[in-house]
Design a binder for this molecule. Structure first.
Ligand code: NI
Length: 281
């Protein structure tokens, strides 16, 4: 939701290359780069790509605390334009992650979610979707939900209607291009959206506006243990929990947060599943 990292190509071509693979021990992309560097060369030898051959899905952990498989309905057709929480009489919560996808932190989060069989909802920035479409595909392939968080992460309250529509449309198009799914909900950057704009987006795109009921302020980087304890103490039935998958300390906080919520008896579902329950109530 907060503070988008702008890609900086600060001092020109010499520094530009390492900027996109700044992670430690990142050997695989080098092979990919070599092969892709000169695709038009007539004598290019077929190159065996090494990328991802080292990847193994993480094993399940904490068998006793694993989130159950839940084939709950996710269709909703209510007329409520804004939602901040789900039903209060059932122990379901929705984890939401804004501002990604991020090239290192989002895959790490996906591994953590996978080991616990937890499905989350990702409010992605359209520009990041176009930069990292393969991560969006992985998010969808692993059963998570994608929501629209605008293309440029501007404050929508200062934009005209046509610009708001453009932010929504460009992001939806990017998500469809990347993963062939259409988002069904939106979250405004900074939580800033006029009531009139919410209605406009609802009628034009059928997106309800999704706010939240638990905010650990993780974007201020208070440290993983503070993020975890804020979420654990704020959690409640039907909670929509806000976090950001572009911050490494937030990802660090998630194993303990997820395990803590599971041990309190909460079960994780997506935002659409939470809304579908409200529709049935
Ligand atoms: Ni945001």
């Amino acid at each position: 939701m907060k503070r988008r990292k702008i890609l900086k190509l600060s001092s020109g071509a010499l520094i530009a290359l390492p900027a996109c693979s700044s992670k430690k021990g990142d050997q695989a992309p080098a092979a990919g780069k070599q092969s892709g560097a000169n695709p038009s060369g007539p004598q290019t030898q077929p190159v065996r790509l090494g990328a991802n051959t080292q990847y193994r899905p993480p094993a399940y952990v904490n068998k006793g605390l694993r989130n159950p498989n839940m084939n709950l309905p996710s269709q909703f057709n209510g007329q409520t334009v804004t939602h901040s929480r789900g039903l209060s009489n059932q122990p379901y919560v929705a984890m939401t992650f804004d501002d990604g996808p991020h090239p290192q932190n989002t895959p790490r989060l996906l591994d953590i979610l996978r080991t616990r069989n937890i499905k989350a909802t990702f409010y992605v920035i359209g520009g990041n979707v176009d930069r990292y479409p393969h991560i969006v595909r992985r998010i969808v392939a692993e059963g998570h939900e994608i929501g629209n968080h605008t293309y440029t992460h501007r404050k929508l309250t200062s934009l005209g209607d046509s610009e708001v529509r453009k932010e929504m449309r460009r992001t939806e198009d990017a998500i469809v291009r990347a993963a062939a799914v259409r988002p069904r909900t939106m979250r405004p950057p900074y939580g800033a959206l006029l009531q009139r704009q919410r209605s406009l987006i609802f009628s034009d795109f059928t997106y309800p506006t999704i706010m939240w009921s638990v905010d650990p302020n993780d974007w201020k980087r208070p440290g993983p243990s503070v993020v975890r304890s804020r979420i654990l103490s704020g959690a409640h039935n039907g909670a929509i929990i806000l976090a950001h998958d572009l911050h490494a300390p937030t990802i660090d906080a998630m194993p303990g947060t997820f395990d803590g919520l599971l041990s309190k008896g909460y079960q994780f579902i997506t935002v659409s599943q939470l809304l579908a329950q409200k529709g049935q109530a």
